[in-house]
Ligand binder design. Structure first.
Ligand code: NFE
Ligand code: MG
Length: 571
């Protein structure tokens, strides 16, 4: 007899996500459905606007991957108008987006994902002295000193948690599945995890400041315009660039001395899961490509993350990426539409059909019909996963020297085979690997900006004649956002936007079934996972969180009809 597990809402994510899973008698997941219960209409709002204003509106798609949609929207218009931005503008955009990676990935690992691996209450049993030794051990595997290596600091954190527990209120640590037998860290390792969790909460402010140095503010930077950037004063002031670098070097240290070692620690303790391939899912990986490394015209230069497609985890074959092969299907999404459409011709016309059958007071998704506000993107009629793991896999398979070096070092240090990557643990590890890579390459970009500015090149904007270029044009802005491949497609007629579509990371990953009833990445990743205790769907959270869901991005007005929030029931 199969049983249903409904998790709604999934917490420690951005937005509203519902997962329905079906488990068999062995508590193994045999079917799964992912649904967004939130609709946003930003693509529709952009129609009829001046294309130069789109960035400011499109950025409101999300404040988590902040600035990402802003940059992509502006780049779509630059692509339509054939504008190549100056070096300073390229470097500043890379630095703003690079800082976002560091911020997003660290906040994700500690504040959104760590409690799927770390049992806070077990940390109370830790011996602080042994904890300091343990922290040094994992840092040395990464070839680093430990970020926290003092017994007293670990004791203090332990006392703080003990106080919470005594008062019977765990605050931000309330409602965990504490004591679940699928938590595998030792008390000392759990204490390291919670200590870094609290430290990262403080440190993430610095990296938010970094984004504001060149972006003007955070979230939602304001300094990017069609043709370049406006932060002229910050580019020509060496003190501003130096402040950025200081903050960066401190945060980079935390990445190397805490984040990476903690991922080695968790990766080793949960290696069995990874070796079994738990959470691997589709194993088809897509990368649009991102972070321009030279000043060639758009889409004609070298990229930090090369584009491509890897199918079935086959690292010996990379298929070239072609934007023409992207289409969105709405067979199981609450939109009108007959067949998959390329984003230039895409439509966003809501058609809400509600939930399906109601049993024991719970309305279930109407999975035979429409059941999500997220569309189902297809690449060459194939379901794919995007994100840090896709970037590392495609880069590795492409033979990209930098990516190979970081991935190989991680696997060698951790004494792990390549196959661990194709799993929930691998998805989490890939994010850490690319964070280190980004933290390192950003130093080059900062130095390049300082050098270029010192040499007297203060150019920040490429002039264009709007009346000439805007009669009839189309373009796309594609990049790698922290959660994966992100694209905006714009069509312009008589100087105004005639159609606008965004196909973004969480759309790819969190999508429902398609017209051939094939699963999306979240859905597929849950199949075969064994749940230790159906009353505590820890394993579902662990795998879904490994994608770092952002539903505002994925759906781009909240519907209140038929939606049940806060329902969690096993029957
Ligand atoms: Ni709102 Fe985003 C990123 C985009 S996720 S977080 O990264 O686009 O889909
Ligand atoms: Mg869209």
């Amino acid at each position: 007899m199969s049983k249903h597990i409904v998790v709604d809402p999934i917490t420690r994510i951005e937005g509203h996500l519902r997962i329905e899973a079906v488990i068999d008698d062995n508590n193994t997941i045999v079917d799964a459905y992912s649904s967004s219960t939130m609709f946003r209409g930003i693509e529709t709002i952009l129609k009829g606007r001046d294309p130069r204003d789109c960035g400011l509106l499109a950025m409101r798609i999300c404040g988590v991957c902040t600035g990402t949609h802003y940059q992509r929207s502006i780049e779509a218009v630059e692509h339509a108008f054939g504008i190549t931005i100056p070096k300073n503008a390229r470097l500043v955009r890379n630095l703003i987006q690079g800082s976002l990676y560091l911020h997003d990935h660290v906040v994700h690992f500690y504040h959104l994902h760590a409690l799927d691996w770390v049992d806070i209450t077990s940390a109370l049993k830790a011996d602080p002295k042994k904890t300091a030794e343990e922290a040094k051990k994992w840092a040395s595997i990464a070839g680093e000193k430990a970020w926290t290596d003092s017994e007293s600091e670990f004791s203090q954190v332990q006392e703080r948690i003990a106080k919470f527990v005594k008062q019977g209120r765990l605050g931000i640590f309330g409602n965990g599945y504490w004591g679940n037998k699928n938590y595998k860290l030792t008390p000392e390792q759990n204490l390291i995890g919670v200590t870094h969790y609290l430290q990262a909460l403080d440190l993430q402010r610095d990296v938010a400041k970094m984004m504001a140095i060149f972006g003007g503010k955070n979230p939602h930077p304001q300094s990017i315009v069609v043709g370049g950037v406006t932060c002229v004063q910050d580019i020509k002031n060496p003190a501003r660039i130096a402040l950025f670098k200081d903050l960066h070097m401190k945060f980079r240290k935390f990445i190397k001395q805490a984040y990476l070692p903690d991922v080695y620690m968790a990766g080793t303790m949960y290696a069995d899961e990874a070796l079994e391939g738990a959470g691997g899912g589709l194993k088809n990986y897509l990368v649009y490509g991102g972070f321009r490394l030279d000043d060639n015209p758009m889409y004609k230069g070298e990229l930090l993350f090369p584009s491509g497609l890897v199918l079935n985890g086959d690292l010996n074959n990379v298929i070239d990426f072609d934007t023409e092969k992207i289409a969105e299907d709405v067979s199981h999404s609450w939109y009108k539409g007959e067949k998959p459409l390329h984003p230039y011709n895409g439509q966003t016309e809501p058609e809400y059909t509600g939930f399906g059958k109601r049993e024991n007071g719970i309305a279930y998704l109407d999975t035979k019909n429409k059941y999500s506000w997220i569309k189902s993107p297809l690449y060459d009629d194939t379901r794919v996963e995007v994100g840090p793991l896709a970037r590392m896999v495609v880069g590795y398979a492409r033979g990209d020297k930098r990516i190979q070096e970081y991935v190989n070092r991680f696997l060698k240090n951790g004494n792990l085979p390549v196959k661990v990557l194709f799993s929930t643990v691998g998805r989490t590890a890939a994010r850490a690997i690319e964070t280190e890579l980004m933290a390192d390459i950003m130093i080059d970009w900062i130095d390049e900006l300082a050098k270029n500015s010192a040499s007297g090149d203060l150019s920040t904007w490429t002039e264009f004649d709007f009346d000439k270029v805007s009669k009839s044009a189309k373009g796309y802005g594609i990049e790698e956002a922290p959660r994966g491949s992100l694209g905006h497609w714009v069509r312009i007629e008589n100087g105004l936007v005639s159609n606008y579509q965004a196909v973004v990371p969480s759309t790819w990953n969190a999508a429902p079934r398609d017209y051939k009833e094939r699963m999306g990445a979240y859905e597929s990743s849950l199949i075969g996972i064994k749940v230790a205790d159906p009353d505590q769907p820890l394993e579902i959270l662990r795998t879904i969180h490994s994608f770092d869901p952002c539903i505002a991005c994925a759906v781009h007005i909240v519907d209140t009809k038929g939606r049940e929030l806060g329902v969690y029931k096993v029957d």
